[in-house]
Write a protein that binds this ligand. Sequence first.
Ligand SMILES: [Fe+2]
Ligand SMILES: [Fe+2]
Length: 352
Amino acid sequence: MKGSKILSMAVIISLILFTFSLAFAFDKVKFAVISDPHISIPQQKGVSDGYKLGLKTVMLTENAIAEINKIPDLNFVLVAGDLTQDAEPWNIDELRKILDGLKVPYFVVLGNHDISLVPHEKKDQPISLSKYSVAGAFIGRSGGMVPGMTYYAHEVAKDLVLVGFDTSRAQVFVPEAGLNDFGGRIDAGQMRWLESVLKKNQNKTVIILTHHSLVPWHEGDRTNHNYWRWFWIDNAEEVRALLKKYGVKLVFSGHRHISTRYQKVDDIYHFITPPISTYPMRYVVYEMTPKSLKWEVKDVPASQEVWDLARKNFLANKWWRGPDHLETPEGDKKYLEFYESNWTMKGDLTFK
Ligand SMILES: [Fe+2]
Ligand SMILES: [Fe+2]
């Protein structure tokens, strides 16, 4: 008799706990995603306005943050990497100051420009910090980065876990490319860590924030036009398979400097985030429930003069053009269309 009383009490308590956990699981979150602010304070030697509006990065990022602060009921902000020009201490300080102006928590991941540059004969000794130092600058404010790590998992709302990747390779100069290696991968240690995180959070919704994409966005990203294979991680297939195995539905990346669009690959929705510091200078606001996602892309507020300059410098650039973006009126149109993606300024989808 006593035993059955204890049993029924246990059932009642379990029911209460179950109802309680259901009632408090996230039902809707609203968040903004920004990417590639590439902060370079104007006082820094050699900063200029090119394809990246170097002299305007602080102003553009401040303007984006001021707009984001006006959004009602916002829960958090994600920053998809390339935080600084090249991990300079003064630029890290400046970005931290700007992001600390946010009214809501924010979470960053590192981009290829946020790790130490390896010096080479063509460049002066750079002053850039180790990626552990850059990551360390963001410990504590919002709870993403933790000491000694450059990637993390953090429950941003009840039963909603954000996983932030570290995808960048060492910034070694590659003479035949005439560029620093801007490619990426998820290394074996991070893969093991990722699997343990996904296993532990199987009953929760997991979203991924990464600088490098897990999918290509242009035919040239596949064929390595201008080393564009470096826009998406080397072991993308392996990472997507692991995410699929644990039912992850959503990935947000940056690095590609194109406006928002998505692809569904391996049952995962891959969203790309527009750049703050290069044309078309935008950010995205998402509303998410466990079953759906809605988004709206916004322009970073700037004067007409700044917009004209950004567009002019964009059109003058050769490297960011694909083989189908010839320097003809028709080629310019295609080039603009690919980077602007004006057909996806708003949208919504339902998760299966
Ligand atoms: Fe970038
Ligand atoms: Fe990048």
